[in-house]
Design a protein around this ligand. Structure first.
Ligand code: NAP
Length: 295
């Protein structure tokens, strides 16, 4: 249990509600900032304005998945209040106070580094990334259905990258009956793709592999779907780019060539905010229990 632990949950979307639910169940004492338009009340949680939070009492601060903006603002979809996390506020926390965020950026790294507070990025963890790949794949299927006039079954599908997302995408599209080829650069990935019953190719060969592709799904956060590769795709190809912004596709050239190319960030929060929230809530609660027990 987290009895006696004081935690501020600052901003965020529907995913944070699952975190609040779980942490109140574990008996933590929560200050909720940026939730005043939320009708629901949680026992043991108090809705507060940022300036009313006692930062000196906090054991942990939970930020939304994107963390802060590059100037420290935090997105709050349940509030009109402008919320900015500053060095002054974090310096007021006790030295053991840990900051939890989905991802980080230069602002958050500087803020936690200069105040010597521990920052935990949940999305760097393999378990979170693998669980999160499940709603990501479901969102990808939704996009493929919405933006094509053919079935996934029987389609020629190219998946780029065999990381946490790429593997889930490749396996699921294969099970839906697509003919899946996967592009990777490591020999162990090529071997794994073969073992999965899929057709591997080295990324260097992408241009030779795309002449009959219907769906090209990129998971590599690097410019791999180049103008040259796109120029060899049929015009009815749909490119779905899952990689973090700006994606790995030459969108300008795809547009020029009349090929539909979609950058699709944040699918778990869009198609399954409850599940995406539960994934974060489960991992966060075990991390907080470890922190509270002093592990
Ligand atoms: P990951 O496990 O790190 O996998 C990334 C893959 O990209 C690996 O196969 C890696 O291969 C390959 N790669 C990276 N840089 C490369 C390069 N320069 N050239 C060739 N291959 C390269 O990451 P992940 O968890 O699968 O996530 C993939 C991307 O999807 C990330 O950008 C992530 O932020 C994003 N994402 C998006 C959503 C969404 O809703 N759209 C949801 C979750 C994640 P090597 O092992 O050879 O480096």
């Amino acid at each position: 249990m987290l009895t006696g632990m004081q935690i501020a949950i600052i901003g965020g979307d529907a995913r944070q509600l699952e975190i609040i639910r779980k942490l109140t169940e574990l008996d933590a004492k929560l200050s909720l900032v940026g939730f005043e338009q939320l009708d629901h009340a949680f026992t043991g949680a108090v809705k507060e304005r940022l300036e009313d939070v006692e930062f000196s009492d906090l054991d942990a601060v939970i930020l939304p998945v994107p963390g802060t903006s590059l100037t420290g603002e935090i997105d709050t979809i349940f509030s009109n209040e402008k919320v900015q996390l500053t060095k002054e506020l974090i310096s007021e926390t006790p030295p053991h106070c840990t900051i939890y965020s989905g991802i980080s950026n230069d602002y958050l790294n500087e803020l936690t580094g200069s105040t010597n507070r521990k920052l935990v990025q949940l999305f760097e963890r393999d378990d979170v990334a693998i669980y999160n790949s499940i709603p990501t794949v479901e969102g990808t299927i939704m996009m493929a259905i919405q933006h094509t006039d053919f079935t996934i079954h029987g389609s020629n599908c190219i998946v780029l990258g065999l990381g946490r997302v790429g593997m889930s995408v490749a396996r699921t599209f294969h099970h839906l009956g697509a003919k899946v080829k996967v592009g990777a650069r490591k020999t162990e990935h090529i071997a794994r793709i073969s073992e999965m019953g899929l057709t591997p190719f080295h990324l260097d060969q992408l241009e030779e592999e795309v002449h009959d592709v219907h769906l090209c799904i990129n998971t590599i956060p690097a410019p791999v779907v180049t103008a040259s590769a796109i120029s060899k795709m049929p015009t009815h190809t749909l490119i779905i780019d899952l990689a973090s912004k700006p994606g790995g596709t030459d969108f300008r050239y795809a547009d020029k060539r009349g090929i539909k190319a979609l950058l699709a960030p944040g699918l778990p929060g869009i198609v399954a905010p409850k599940t995406a929230g539960q994934i974060l809530a489960n991992v966060l609660s075990s991390l907080l229990l470890g922190q509270w027990k002093g592990e």
